[in-house]
Design a protein around this ligand. Structure first.
Ligand code: HAS
Ligand code: CU
Length: 565
C-alpha cells in the first residue's frame, strides 16, 4: 500500500492510493459481480421468507403470486437455496477475492483459475434456478432423496461447488506464490485464515460430491433406478455441517481482523485467532451425525462419537467469544471508556458497519447456545424437526453471518463503487431492525418447537392440528418478520442508492486491518499447514471411514424418486 511520505501533497497521496488500487482491477471486477449476484439472490430469497412468515400467521400471500410460485414448499425451496446456498457462497468467494489479495498486497497469481471458477458458479446458478422456478426442484435446500428434482438442479448445484473449488485453487496458488516471494515471513492473518476456510471447504465438499456423482445425478437422469436414502443423507451431512462453518468463518475473519480496527483497538491475540481457525480445519467435518441422531440404521456408537466431536468444535467458538470481546474492550478503552462496562458505550455505535457486526455477535451468543443444545444426543430428541431448528439457524446463518456480511458490505460496496455510503443513519436503522427482527422471530420459533413440538417445514397456517396456544408465538414471529421486511428494504435501498447516487469518494476506502497485540510473536506451528491438514484427514477417516465402508458395502439402491409437491 502506498504510504504518504513527508514530501507528498495530499493529492499525490490520493493518486498513489488510486494507482495501488488499479493493480487490483480484475479482483475488483470479480468481487463486484460475485457480491452483486449474491445480493440479487438474497433479495428474492428474503421475499419468499416474508411469504412464509405470513403463511405461518395464517395469511396465505402465495395466492397473489400463483401460478408463478405454486405454493409454500416451492417458496421454501427457493428461500433455502437462494439464501443459505447462493447468497453465502457467492458473497464469501467475492469477499475473499478482495480480502486475500489486499491482505497479501498482491494480485491473484493465476487469475484464470478464479475466472473459470466464476463462470462455473454462474452457469451452475442458472441451471439451478431453472427447475426451482418451474417447480421441478421442490425438494428444499437439503434435497433429501427419495424426493427427486430435475437433473438440472443437481448438476447446477454441483457446478456452483466446483466453481468455488476453482476459486479456492486460485487463492491457494496466490498464497503459495506469496510465500515464495516472502521467505521466512509469517502469512498475514486474513490471507491465512481465508485460505484455511477454503481448504476446509475442499475436504468438506467431498461428501456432497460423492452424493451427487454416485447417486443423485445418475438417478435423476434415469441411469440408475434407485438410491439408498441413508447413504445419501450421510454423504449430505458430511458436507452439511462443515457448510455452516464455511458460512461462519468469513464472519469470524471480519470479527478478528477487521472489526477491532473499526473499533479503534487491536486484536487481543492473533495466536488465539490462528489456533481457532486451525481447530476449525481439524474438527469441522467429522461431526455430521449430529444431524442424524434420529436416523435409523446408524449404530449408536457412531452418533456418540460425533456428539463428542461436536462439543470439540464448539470450543474454538468459546475462544472466539473471549478474544473478540477482549479486542472490543481494547477499542472501547482506547476511545476513553472507563469502568467495568463503560467501554461498551464508547464503541463506535454510530458506524453502521461496526454496529451491524457487533449486533451479529450478540445474536450469535444465543444461536451458539441453541446449537450446543441441539448437539446433546438426548435433548436433540425433544427439538429435532421442530421449529426450534429454524429458530437456531436464523440466529446463526440468518443473523451472525448475514448481518456481519451486511456490515462488511457497508465498507466494501463504497470501496468497490468509489462512492460514499448513502444514508448512514438509514443503515444504522437497518442493522437494529434486523437485530430485533431476528431476536423476536427466533425466540418465537425456539419456544414453539420446545414447548409444543411444532413441526418445521410445514404449512402451519393450513395445519388442521393447529393449536390456539401457538397463536401468541406465531404473532411474535410475525412481528419479527415485519421488522425483517423493513430491514431488508432498507438494506437494498442503501446499497442501491450508494451505487447509483452516492457522493464520489475523493479517497478510496481501505480494507480495515487490525494490528494484533502479539503480532511479532507468532510461533511456526501456527503458520504451518501440514500437521493440521493431515490431522483433519485422519479425523475424517476415523469418524467416517469404517461406517461409510459398511454403508457402501451394504448399499441398497432401491428407492425410486418421488415428486411430492
Ligand atoms: Fe447449527 C442444525 C449444532 C453452529 C447452522 N445448524 C443447524 C441447521 C443450520 C445450522 C442451518 O448438534 C439446520 C440444518 C437443517 O436444515 O436440518 N450448530 C450446532 C453447534 C454449533 C452450531 C454445536 N449452526 C451453527 C452455525 C450455523 C449453524 C455457526 C450457521 C452459520 N446445529 C447443531 C445441531 C443441529 C444444527 C446439532 C441439528 C439439529 C437437528 O436436530 O436437526 C456451534 O458451532 C455453536 C458454537 C457457538 C458459540 C457462541 C460463541 C459466541 C460468540 C459471540 C461473542 C460475542 C459477543 C458480543 C457476546 C459457543 C463467538 C459482545 C458484545 C459486546 C457489546 C462487547
Ligand atoms: Cu451441524
Amino acid at each position: 500500500m502506498a504510504v504518504q511520505s513527508m514530501a507528498q501533497t495530499p493529492d499525490e497521496a490520493v493518486r498513489d492510493v488510486h494507482a495501488a488500487e488499479a493493480r487490483f482491477a480484475l479482483e475488483n471486477t470479480l468481487t463486484r459481480w460475485l457480491i452483486g449476484i449474491a445480493m440479487v439472490a438474497l433479495s428474492i430469497g428474503i421475499l419468499l421468507g416474508i411469504f412464509q412468515g405470513f403463511e405461518h400467521a395464517g395469511l396465505d400471500l402465495y395466492r397473489f403470486i400463483r401460478p408463478a410460485i405454486k405454493d409454500y414448499y416451492q417458496g421454501l425451496s427457493l428461500h433455502g437455496v437462494l439464501n443459505a446456498l447462493v447468497w453465502t457462497t457467492f458473497f464469501i468467494v467475492g469477499f475473499f477475492t478482495l480480502a486475500i489479495t489486499r491482505s497479501l498486497d498482491r494480485p491473484l497469481s493465476h487469475p484464470w483459475l478464479n475466472v473459470v471458477g466464476f463462470v462455473l458458479m454462474v452457469t451452475g446458478l442458472v441451471l439451478t434456478a431453472y427447475p426451482l422456478w418451474w417447480n421441478l426442484a421442490t425438494v428444499l435446500y437439503t434435497f433429501y432423496p427419495p424426493m427427486q428434482a430435475d437433473w438440472t438442479f443437481y448438476v447446477g448445484l454441483t457446478l456452483i461447488v466446483v466453481g468455488s473449488w476453482f476459486a479456492g485453487y486460485g487463492f491457494f496458488a496466490t498464497l503459495i506464490r506469496w510465500r515464495k516471494e516472502n521467505p521466512g515471513k509469517r502469512t498475514p492473518f486474513i490471507a491465512l485464515t481465508a485460505n484455511i476456510t477454503m481448504a476446509m471447504w475442499q475436504l468438506a465438499t467431498l461428501g456432497v460430491a460423492a452424493e451427487m456423482l454416485t447417486q443423485l445425478i445418475p438417478w435423476s437422469l434415469g441411469l440408475i433406478e434407485g438410491v439408498d436414502p441413508l447413504l445419501a443423507r450421510t454423504y449430505f451431512w458430511f458436507t452439511g455441517h462443515p457448510l455452516v462453518y464455511f458460512w461462519l468463518l468469513p464472519a469470524y475473519i471480519s470479527w478478528y481482523a477487521m472489526v477491532p480496527k473499526q473499533a479503534g483497538g487491536k486484536l487481543f491475540s492473533e495466536n488465539l485467532g490462528r489456533l481457532v481457525f486451525w481447530l476449525f480445519l481439524l474438527l469441522s467435518t467429522p461431526v455430521g451425525f449430529h444431524h442424524q441422531y434420529t436416523d435409523p440404521g446408524i449404530p449408536t456408537g457412531w452418533k456418540f462419537l460425533h456428539a463428542i466431536l461436536t462439543y470439540g468444535v464448539a470450543f474454538p467458538s468459546f475462544i472466539t467469544a473471549f478474544t473478540v470481546c477482549a479486542s472490543l474492550e481494547l477499542g472501547g478503552r482506547a476511545r476513553g471508556g472507563k469502568g467495568w462496562f463503560g467501554w461498551i458505550r464508547r464503541l463506535p455505535w454510530n458506524d453502521p458497519s461496526y454496529t451491524a457486526q457487533n449486533l451479529a455477535m450478540i445474536l450469535f451468543a444465543f444461536g451458539g447456545i441453541s446449537g450446543i443444545t441441539n448437539a446433546s444426543y438426548n435433548v436433540n430428541l425433544a427439538i429435532h424437526n421442530t421449529t426450534w431448528v429454524p429458530g437456531h439457524f436464523h440466529l446463526t446463518v440468518g443473523a451472525a453471518v448475514t448481518l456481519t456480511f451486511f456490515g462488511i458490505a457497508y465498507w466494501m460496496v463504497p470501496k468497490l463503487s468509489g462512492r460514499q455510503l448513502f444514508g448512514r443513519r438509514t443503515a444504522l436503522v437497518q442493522a437494529w431492525t434486523w437485530f430485533f427482527g431476528m431476536l423476536l422471530f427466533a425466540n418465537a420459533f425456539h419456544l414453539l418447537g420446545l414447548r409444543f413440538g411444532v413441526p418445521r417445514r410445514t404449512m402451519l397456517g393450513a395445519a388442521p392440528y393447529r393449536d390456539p396456544a401457538w397463536t401468541p408465538f406465531l404473532m411474535e414471529s410475525l412481528v419479527g418478520v415485519i421488522l425483517l421486511t423493513i430491514s431488508a428494504t432498507l438494506f437494498f435501498y442503501v446499497i442501491l442508492m450508494t451505487v447509483l447516487a452516492g457522493k464520489k469518494l475523493t479517497k478510496p476506502v481501505e480494507m480495515p486491518v487490525a494490528q494484533a497485540l502479539d503480532q511479532d510473536k507468532i510461533p511456526a506451528w501456527l503458520d504451518s499447514w501440514k500437521p493440521w491438514v493431515w490431522g483433519a484427514i485422519f479425523l475424517i477417516i476415523l469418524a467416517y471411514g469404517p461406517i461409510l465402508y459398511q454403508f457402501i458395502s451394504e448399499m441398497q439402491p432401491t428407492s425410486p424418486g418421488f415428486r411430492v409437491w
